[in-house]
Design a protein around this ligand. Structure first.
Ligand SMILES: [Ca+2]
Ligand SMILES: [Ca+2]
Length: 106
């Protein structure tokens, strides 16, 4: 009468025992967990700016804010670079941007 219960208990015991025996080795370290933010220091190391003529897409001799938008480096400094505040960067003004974008001479 209690036979089935005993069998069930035994089966449960066997299953848990088997689970123990099949314990997988846990020394597989997760490589992604070891990742540090070391490369965060490395910002945009260089700003290779294109030629003036590449940015002056409408060939009016100046780089408008719209034209500069493709170059986020220039766009973010547009007000600073536009020395005469005419809303466009002349070749001279753009050259300054190029100079600024280069690392300083040692
Ligand atoms: Ca233009
Ligand atoms: Ca200007």
């Amino acid at each position: 009468m209690n036979g089935t219960i005993k069998v069930a208990a035994l089966a449960a015991l066997l299953v848990s025992g088997a689970a123990f025996g099949a314990d997988p080795s846990t020394d597989t370290a997760d490589p992604s967990a070891d990742r540090t933010a070391e490369s965060d220091q490395k910002k945009q190391d260089e700003h290779p700016l294109p030629d003036f003529s590449q940015l002056d897409t409408n060939r009016d001799g100046g780089i408008s804010k719209d034209e500069a938008r493709e170059q986020s480096w220039v766009a973010s400094r547009f007000g600073e670079l536009d020395a005469d505040k005419n809303g466009k960067l002349s070749t001279d003004e753009y050259q300054k941007a190029v100079d600024m974008s280069k690392p300083p001479n040692p």
